[in-house]
Design a protein around this ligand. Sequence first.
Ligand SMILES: [Mg+2]
Length: 210
Amino acid sequence: MLPPQRDSGKLTQPMELPPLPNGMEWEGNIAYLDRDGVIIRGFEDYVNTVEEIEVLPLAASSVGSLRRSGFRVCVVTNQSPIGRGIWSRENLASIHDETRRLLLLDDADAHLDLILHSPYAPWENSWARKPNPGMLEASRQIMDFAHRDPSLSELRIMFGHEWDNRPSEEGSVMVGDRNVDMKAAEAFGVRGIRCDPDEGIGGVLDAIGA
Ligand SMILES: [Mg+2]
């Protein structure tokens, strides 16, 4: 198994969830978001440096709105440059740190509760690489577990057929700008909503109902 990755450390390292806005209780809904073309602008040859980050218009207020509507926000992003040896996981972490900073600068509720990436090249056939649903499977289990026990020390993440007894994804949604995102949503069993890569999440907020 080639598992999804957090920006640093182990997949099951402790995670303190930021509270939802206005003292709201989380009822289990997750907005699974692709990154490029949804939150920040995507490019044919990747987002390679902090300087290349361009937060899409309305992305911050949309992430804030999702969380004000009770969603936890989990980013699930294919990052094959790592597996291709183009750049490092540390580089990706700095890009994500800056993205988080820019979002919060614009909307104080716009926390990304979790970011998972798949560092694998396409030919590695990882279950964690979209169109496969491994990152969504891991996100759900991490979110549910972290809510009860932020240490995550007892968490054993299961994938594919190994994971039965799955919670309902009825109130959740996966937003992406590409076919692989919609396929991952379908494989996972969550409603998929495709956005325009120039508009990102801001263009589909009404369709989500947030
Ligand atoms: Mg994308």
